[in-house]
Design a protein around this ligand. Structure first.
Ligand SMILES: Nc1ncnc2c1ncn2[C@@H]1O[C@H](COP(=O)(O)OP(=O)(O)OP(=O)(O)O)[C@@H](O)[C@H]1O
Length: 313
């Protein structure tokens, strides 16, 4: 069943399978899922979402069930964002990125989107180009994961005087014409990401990573008239949400937790304000929401995939 397209913000939940430690534990799982009614029960409390995916859901199920319709919107010229949100180890990176080999069953949302976009463009558009960028946000600091040539050039968020909104100055945006070129870039970006995370001395993500695909295509549905469509798809792997409640953290970890707090809380406030159609949307309160400002408001489509562990250990 397709989920409502009219909604500007949709929330899905994905519960990951038990890991080896959890399989060995005699404690029962605290989370159960009813896919037909879109409900998740956590310790006797039941919550309803736009879609829910249980532990047997495949990467393909996620793509077909919730992502493909979003990519179609981006191909039609709209701004769309998909967030993976959840605690460390619940499957955010597996869901957003997974395997980077496009035909692997574990290929996540990014490689599946890249393949789908190029297949669609090749089949339906006479002229198109695709631009990609890959940005990491750690402690409110911006890091270009594709920016080999721009070492030493500092990234900055600047107001866009011509068309409003905010853009990231000095961010490498690479123009590509084939899916295989994007996969080469993704390999570079994910190596740079692992390197940055190793430097932070932590294998779990304490940063937000945003892979952006901007699709330019020529539309000529009215004879004699040509229109350039520009659609954007942001695929965001958020930092672990458990930092919000973290206490007793000191020095570097306290700064990280504070910065993750600030950006996740602001993201929550922005999304709530958009859903409630409030006059003031607090985009400016964090770099993450400033950066995504153009892709969150208006006709934009926002999808949150909340990842959950099975709740036992
Ligand atoms: N749906 C799933 N099916 C199979 N394995 C999964 C699934 N979700 C997560 N995993 C596995 O669980 C482990 C943790 O997942 P992952 O690294 O994606 O979590 P994360 O939420 O991104 O964590 P962090 O915030 O620490 O980066 C990985 O080994 C991953 O392969």
């Amino acid at each position: 069943m397709e989920i409502e397209k009219e909604k500007s913000v949709r929330v899905a939940v994905r519960v990951r399978p038990l890991n080896e430690r959890e399989k060995a534990s005699p404690r029962p799982s605290a989370v159960s899922v009813a896919t037909k009614t879109h409900q998740v029960t956590v310790r006797k409390k039941t919550y309803t979402f736009d879609r829910v995916f249980g532990q047997y859901a495949t990467q393909k199920d996620i793509f077909k069930g919730i992502v493909q319709s979003v990519v179609d919107e981006a191909l039609a010229g709209y701004n769309c964002t998909i967030f993976a949100y959840g605690q460390t180890g619940t499957g955010k990176t597996h869901t957003i990125q997974g395997s980077l080999s496009p035909h692997d069953e574990n290929a996540g949302i990014i490689p599946r989107c890249v393949n789908y976009i190029f297949e669609k463009l090749q089949a339906t558009k006479s002229e198109y180009s695709v631009r990609v960028s890959y940005l990491q946000l750690y402690n409110e600091e911006l890091i270009d994961l594709l920016g080999e040539n721009k070492k030493g050039k500092q990234l900055k968020l600047l107001e866009n005087a011509n068309r409003g909104g905010v853009y990231c100055h000095n961010l490498e945006e690479v123009t590509t014409l084939t899916a295989s070129h994007v996969f080469d870039l993704l390999e570079i970006g994910s190596k740079n990401r692992i390197m940055a995370e190793t430097l932070l001395n932590d294998s779990s993500s304490r940063s937000h990573c945003i892979f952006t695909i901007r699709i330019h295509s020529k539309e000529s549905s009215i004879p004699g008239e040509e229109m350039i469509q520009i659609g954007t798809l942001n695929l965001v792997d958020l930092a672990g949400s458990e930092c919000v409640g973290r206490s007793g953290a000191r020095n570097v970890r306290a700064r990280e937790a504070g910065s993750i707090n600030q950006s996740l809380l602001t993201l929550g406030r922005v999304i709530t304000a958009l859903v409630d159609k409030l006059p003031h949307i607090p985009y400016r309160d964090s770099k993450l929401t400033r950066l995504l400002q153009e892709s969150l408001g208006g006709r934009a489509m926002t999808t949150i995939i909340a990842t959950l562990g099975p709740g036992k250990c």
